[in-house]
Design a binder for this molecule. Structure first.
Ligand code: IVH
Length: 665
């Protein structure tokens, strides 16, 4: 027993140290394989001896606890916000107020990270709690989720009691990659890094929080005098030495000019940063002087935040209309007076759900500010309440489906309303449009408008009606634009689609959460629609990249009689339901391994390489990490190549990759 405890201690220390070197210092000291070997050993030991699990065990980073809600945590020292300044004269004013107190100030300039603030408490060097800011006095206990953030140390380098504060954030790349997957799976996109970080940290399931790959910068020490620290800059160094990630851009400024130089540089540089910032924080460096300045009820008087001018544009919210998606989800949408934001005209923006509109108190007729979140999706930021005339109309959530006029419903604890009418035309039309779309059954000549027309004319109400369009030939010839030739072409395209691959059909069926990628994965694993029909949740979740949500969506889909009828009818029509592509192998060099491609490949397209790797049991990812098995390097490789070298990751050129493929032909 003593030996086991000793080994557990040893493993926890090795792994925590390795994690720090990799994630905080960006200087890996052990290989992926070694890390995995040690963590697996630790998992087994902890499973066998749960009483020996240490609070600071790196296995707590994997997540796994599912909470019913978050407990409250009271901040002994309130978590204050910062006053804002917006231009040079306000900065000069901030500096003058300090000088008026007889202080000759030096400042620390920091980036204002666009995330959410967190307070971390350590006892005897071990992380014991993490809390959100909340209302400044009481926040929420997010300890389980904070532990999944690799840059938050579970144990610090000195066995002391300490509280530190900082910002949890999501990098731009992570947001991009999460949104890419969400788009493929027809899930709503995360709006921007800040919302994505805040939403992720409030997940009740810490495994979900872990999958969001959050990060954390530490920038504030509430009790510096306890450690004999005299300046904020020293405090930052002290926290860095304890193992926290501090921002490398932090800089001392000797006067207002130093501050302005920092702001000018960071304004230019901000697009290049891997995370979003919304300004610069200016803090008086000397802690005695900070004390002298003191606080207002809300803010410290020794610090302020310079906010970058917002790239926001004002326009009028002329209406809020409702749309129905394929799953029956009802979404309120802002109809805007067209306005140009960052180069493109915006006239619509999603308002997500009732809660979202109400929390922003948007009223029809309001002047609203618009910005492009994450530089892509337009977002209504806020209503300009001071511009109200009194003629604005309050928002009311729809009670009925805008298309079929049936009542709509919301499940307890869910934000979205759904039209549950199984024969709602909106869902049918959306579903049909999806079925024939380019990445699904790819039927040329059946665009969204034509589907809608044919639906309303009663020609196509279901998937199988598409394949009986021929029966309406006489009526079709009466329509404008339909000669015998174009009808023949359309019928031919429809007939051809029967031979489509299983993965196309699977995607076309519109199973919630089954996007193109998942459809491909399922097709290669199950090889026929009938096999997939029999799959259980356990079987499905055992496949990498298929989680509970997707698995349940699939089994729910096949549990519905209506869907089975559809499938049977499609089969009777002669539509292919078998996998005809290359068979999946479990090749040793690829199985469960992650590859990253960088640079231009000559012999293969990226899609081909990704497909081949998938068929051999591996997968491709867009970013290099410790978990990457090998980086495939083409011509003119990008920074992923440098990172691979730095992390000591296997490099494969195209020929070497081809040789590996050949091994399994
Ligand atoms: S200092 C008493 N430093 O900005 C000191 N805050 O608008 C309080 N923030 O609530 C905070 N980067 O969430 C500080 N380098 C930084 C920051 C920062 C982002 C956030 C923080 C704070 C908000 C105030």
């Amino acid at each position: 027993m003593e030996d086991i405890k000793k080994r557990i201690d040893e493993l926890v220390e090795i792994l925590n140290e390795a994690n720090y070197n990799y994630h905080v210092l960006d200087k890996p000291t052990i290989t992926d394989q070694e890390f995995d070997k040690y963590i697996r050993e630790l998992i087994v030991l902890e499973e066998e001896h749960p009483d020996l699990i240490r609070e600071d065990s790196p296995t707590s980073r994997i997540g796994g606890t599912v909470l019913e809600g978050f407990n409250k945590i009271t901040h002994e020292i309130p978590m204050l916000s910062l006053s804002n300044v917006f231009n040079e004269s306000e900065i000069i004013n901030f500096d003058s107020k300090i000088r008026k107190e007889g202080i000759n100030p030096h400042y620390v300039c920091e980036l204002k990270i666009d995330g959410l603030s967190v307070s971390l408490k350590y006892k005897n060097g071990k992380l014991v709690s993490a809390a959100t800011r909340g209302d400044g006095v009481t926040g929420e206990d997010i300890t389980n989720n904070a532990k999944t953030i690799k840059t938050i140390p579970l144990v610090i380098k000195k066995p002391i009691d300490i509280e530190v504060r900082g910002e949890i954030y999501m990098s731009k790349k992570t947001l991009e990659s999460i949104n890419k997957t969400r788009e493929e799976n027809n899930q709503p996109l995360l709006q921007n890094c800040r919302n994505a970080a805040a939403g992720s940290i409030r997940q009740l399931d810490s495994k979900v929080a872990a999958s969001r790959k959050l990060d954390c910068f530490i920038y504030h020490l509430p009790n510096p005098e306890d450690y004999g620290i005299k300046t904020h800059y020293e405090a930052l160094q002290f926290m860095k030495d304890l193992g926290f990630k501090t921002n490398p851009n932090n800089k001392l400024a000797m006067d207002v000019n130093g501050i302005l130089d920092f702001i000018n540089y960071q304004t230019e540089n901000r697009v290049k940063l891997p995370y979003d910032i919304d300004g610069v924080v200016i803090k008086l460096n000397n802690l005695k002087e900070q004390k002298k300045m003191g606080f207002t009820a809300k803010y410290p008087k020794w610090a302020t935040a310079y906010k970058f001018p917002a790239e926001e544009v004002l326009t009028k919210l002329t209406d809020i209309i409702f749309t129905v998606g394929r799953t029956g989800q009802i979404t309120p949408n802002a109809v805007l007076e067209p306005v140009i934001v960052m180069g493109s005209t915006i006239s619509r923006a999603t308002l997500h759900n009732e809660e979202y509109v109400k929390s922003k108190d948007l009223r029809i007729g309001d002047i609203v500010s618009i910005r492009k979140a994450g530089d892509v999706i337009p977002e209504v930021v806020e209503a300009k309440k001071d511009r109200r005339t009194g003629n604005e109309k309050n928002f009311e959530m729809a009670k009925r489906c805008p298309i079929c006029n049936e009542f709509i419903f919301k499940r307890e604890n869910q934000a979205d309303y759904y039209c549950v009418n199984p024969v709602c035309p909106a869902k049918d039309i959306e579903g049909l449009c999806h079925f024939v779309s380019r990445k699904a059954m790819n039927i040329d000549g059946l665009g969204d408008h034509i589907i809608e027309d044919f639906y309303n004319l009663g020609f196509i109400k279901t998937f199988y009606d598409i394949y009986h369009l021929e029966n309406h030939r006489d009526s079709l010839t009466l329509l404008e634009g339909y000669g015998d030739k174009s009808i023949d072409n359309l019928i031919k395209a429809i007939e051809n689609s029967k031979k489509n691959s299983l993965e196309r059909l699977l995607f076309a069926l519109g199973i919630p959460n089954v996007g193109e990628k998942t459809a491909k994965l399922l097709a290669t694993r199950y090889e026929s629609l009938d096999n997939l029909r029999k799959a259980t949740i356990e079987e499905l979740t055992a496949i990498p990249d298929i989680g509970e949500i997707i698995a349940k969506s699939i089994t729910d889909y096949f549990a519905k009689e209506k869907n089975i009828n559809t499938i049977n009818k499609l089969k009777d029509l002669g539509i292919n339901t078998l996998y005809t592509g290359e068979k999946r192998k479990e090749a040793e060099d690829f199985l469960d391994k992650t590859f990253v491609i960088t640079g231009t490949l000559v012999k293969y397209t990226r899609d081909e390489v990704e497909e081949k790797i998938g068929l051999l049991g591996g997968k491709c990812s867009s970013s290099v990490s410790k978990k990457t098995y090998a980086v495939i390097v083409g011509e003119n490789p990008g920074s992923k190549y440098d990172k691979a070298i730095k992390l000591n990751i296997k490099i494969l050129n195209e020929e070497e990759l081809e040789d590996l493929f050949k091994k399994y032909e």
